[in-house]
Design a protein around this ligand. Sequence first.
Ligand SMILES: Nc1nc2c(c(=O)[nH]1)N[C@H]1C(S)=C(S)[C@@H](COP(=O)(O)OP(=O)(O)OC[C@H]3O[C@@H](n4cnc5c(=O)[nH]c(N)nc54)[C@H](O)[C@@H]3O)O[C@H]1N2
Ligand SMILES: Nc1nc2c(c(=O)[nH]1)N[C@H]1C(S)=C(S)[C@@H](COP(=O)(O)OP(=O)(O)OC[C@H]3O[C@@H](n4cnc5c(=O)[nH]c(N)nc54)[C@H](O)[C@@H]3O)O[C@H]1N2
Ligand code: SF4
Ligand SMILES: [Mo]
Length: 665
Amino acid sequence: MALKQIRQAACPLNCWDSCGFHVTVENDRVTKVEGDPSHPITKGKICGRGRMLETRTNSTQRLLHPLKKINGQFEQISWEQALNEIADKLKTIKETYGSTAVLHSHDYANNGLLKNLDQRFFNCYGGVTELYGSLCWGAGIEAQKWDFGDAYSHAPNDLYNSKNIIIWGRNVARTNMHFYEKLLEAKKRGAKLFVIDPIFNATAKIADEYISIKPGMDGLLAAGIIKELLHLGLEDRVFIEQFTVGFADVVELLTSISLQEIAEMTEVPCEVITHLAQMYADKPTSTFMGLGLQRYKNGGNTIRLINALVACSGNIGIAGGGANYANLQVGQSFVFDELILPQRRQKQRQFSIMKQAEEVLTAKNPEIQMIVVTCGNPVTQVPDTQVVEKAFSSVGTLVVIDQFMTDTALLADYVLPTTTAFEEEDIYYSSMYHHYVNYGPKLVSAPGEAKPDLWIWTELAQRLGFGDDFDFTRKQFLQMAFQALEKKGVSLETLMEKHTLELPVEAIPWEDRKFTTTSGKYEFTARFGQEPLTLEVPEESKWANPQLAEKYPYSLLTIHPMRSNHSQNYHLLGGNVKLKVETAQNIADQLGLEKGDYVRVWNGRGEVKGYLSILPSSHPNTINIDEGIWKQFGGSVNNLTSSSVSDNGLGSTLYDCLVNIEKIN
Ligand SMILES: Nc1nc2c(c(=O)[nH]1)N[C@H]1C(S)=C(S)[C@@H](COP(=O)(O)OP(=O)(O)OC[C@H]3O[C@@H](n4cnc5c(=O)[nH]c(N)nc54)[C@H](O)[C@@H]3O)O[C@H]1N2
Ligand SMILES: Nc1nc2c(c(=O)[nH]1)N[C@H]1C(S)=C(S)[C@@H](COP(=O)(O)OP(=O)(O)OC[C@H]3O[C@@H](n4cnc5c(=O)[nH]c(N)nc54)[C@H](O)[C@@H]3O)O[C@H]1N2
Ligand code: SF4
Ligand SMILES: [Mo]
């Protein structure tokens, strides 16, 4: 008789929601993944990507053995051979060129605490070339740090204290499902919901008001709303005078542009801007920014101008208010330095994550000899795919650790098969939305010879002479990260028993009006902070580059897919995955395109082909192609995107992209 058990576990995926699971296990096999009804956020509901972790774990496409490319063909080799050869290469590279001739290319495909041990490995090895910045949220995080001192959000249930709720460039219904449920509840309780987005998405459908905006122009819109607040005398003078610095600079900046000009550039009518100013003053108003709206050259300034609006309308540090972007209080609860041992690094070099490919191609002293990829699929996810492919094909040795044969793995010299979340124990958290941390035990054995990332680091460390640094159990590593929490009475033992714990973080950030900036105040501008606020436009726009805009008249967004977490699920969806090119109605009308037409979208960096569909009610001259698509299903939209870096230096400009489109046969 099959032994069937329902076990508590956690979602490992890089996502706002960090859900709790009920996983059915039968005969050492995961057979179903559902929501844990006792989880305070998940309450029994999860998304398709979470449920699909069952398919992901049991898939016949899983990598089962170490592979080595010999004469262009992958051949199965033993772990012993793979580890010995990679360790030998690491030894020789360090001796000949220095340890920074190795690039560690990674992203955050798995939210497990122990996934950070890759950095421990590379630090103990001597320090390699690491990536800095973030494709995901870099510009916005940096903006929050400049203005407030850190990026903190209100606790999820504080939403019920809001009179007005603004969803600014976050695709809540698709990317943040448990927040969507809270929006529905807040509406029931009487809150008014506003959605500002170029795409009339599923969240816009439940809004009281939808404000359609030209992509990349949100900072200007915020500036216009501030202008109207001042014009109507609705700003919070007490907050501005007592708890902020630099407001005079904002006022001066706003004199450089008229409301009419702002309306023309943002393509948001003046009356709507005035109305939004009245709404911001009708407190408490909470603002929830997404990550989509800051993936522009001017992304840092965009977030800073929205912060400025929230601040001068007096919505900071009050129940039902907040400039909610991310909640770094969550990640800051763990002691990462104990895990990654930064002091063991002897050498260091950093490449921007956006420009890693160009940096690989041009690096000197030392040139890159080896790239090791963990928790990432750069050929699909990093901008300017053609350059990424060139760079990742050019190095002496490419090692990819993954569960599947991705487009990046296809380029590798060594592919090492790793486990999925249900095959190893870890603790999962996300600094994006809520402040609960989840425990995920090992539930089933790994198939074939797949091994946890940690096992791979341990084996390599032993071969390289620093095995002692990895001579700890998983639990001991978790205890290292939990040191600060234990002192606050949050114990690892309790988490492992209860599976979910609330972290002791502030529910209403900045309630005491003590900001962690240099001045201790909210910083509108550069006086004590970093750089002045400016009214910038996207890099690829008719204002910044009229010639480019003439050639490529349409704004391309490349938002996150509904049914896949980035590139992780397309190959598991079954059926015929078709690349969808979604355009605003006016583009289809102008070019005589119809739903189902086969079209080519191109710019100076590359092209993508797919099938047309219409984005109803969305902003004119806007196109969207979801990100994450493997070559075999049509190829990554990053063939079109730019590797530019945001204004404040740490973010991507993935949505700052002009293209053209035509019908093909
Ligand atoms: N289904 C699904 N969910 C996911 C993920 C996934 O891959 N799939 N990924 C997870 C990860 S890693 C992240 S970072 C989050 C991202 O979560 P979100 O921020 O919600 O999603 P994005 O797709 O990055 O951003 C898209 C939203 O920003 C809007 N947008 C784009 N440009 C602009 C602009 O200039 N102005 C305004 N106002 N809006 C704009 C888009 O129209 C869209 O509604 O989602 C997480 N959740
Ligand atoms: N054009 C465009 N590009 C984008 C975005 C966009 O909106 N538009 N979004 C950006 C954002 S927000 C993000 S966060 C990034 C995400 O970029 P990535 O993190 O690179 O994308 P994923 O597809 O989630 O995951 C990459 C790989 O990690 C593997 N993986 C999963 N778990 C593990 C594990 O435990 N160990 C190891 N070794 N591997 C594992 C998966 O199998 C997958 O192949 O993409 C960015 N790229
Ligand atoms: S992907 Fe996000 S919403 Fe879906 S189950 Fe995982 S954490 Fe929950
Ligand atoms: Mo992300």
